[in-house]
Design a protein around this ligand. Sequence first.
Ligand code: CIR
Length: 254
Amino acid sequence: MFSKAIVRIPGKSLINGLTDSEYLGVPDYSKAIIQHQVYIEALKSCGLQVNVLEPCEEYPDSTFVEDVALITPKCAIITRPGAQSRRGEVEQIESVLKSEFNNIERIKAPGTIEAGDIMMVGSHYYIGLSDRTNTQGAEQIITILNKYGYTGSTVDLNDVLHLKTGLSYLENNILVVCGEFKNNLVFSSYEHVEIPDKESYAANCIRVNDFVIVPLGYPLSKDKISNFGYKVIEVDVSEFKKLDGGLSCLSLRY
Ligand code: CIR
């Protein structure tokens, strides 16, 4: 169960965020603000107390707070983003987490890791090796996790930006999968909710207590997840999709 979340309101500089999806166009800032408010309300309706941080114009991608920290039940780990333009975001998040966590750990150079590449399954953490997360970053985080009694293992990625771009764990051994993960033996022991390729964006969804929040506009995926017995909440995140961001990236949940 989660009780809290941290989010950051997008700044106007959002339109300059990193993207490999230019064909979707530039995000509409006023729409993004509204979508972000609705996202906050959705988290609240799942029972979370939400700490809403002020926009940070200096870092266009800083609304994607998930990437800069990994919060576990026993410690918070400040990451070291692989994207150069996102490195400075960590100081901002550390100052927020310091007041709440006694155990704060940090990833150091030359390690890089973005927490969108980390998926928690109980006390085990899967770490995607991506353009943003390197082996040194993964090794450092596994060492830290071991120190607190957790385990970690790496997963090679081919097509996705982050591990959780194509995978979401819904608890009870149920895993939402798309694309390259459908036949990946690493995940063969899980029961799969297969997302059709044309709706691959919906593979990034989040289980929050009694609900699963899914992106609006992916009806086949929504039905598949509902058919597994979950109560589903749809939230429109079209403006964040234009920057390759999804539902999980927009919050730290703990
Ligand atoms: C970036 O490229 O870093 C941002 N535009 C999107 C980050 C998305 N985060 C995530 O998937 N965890």
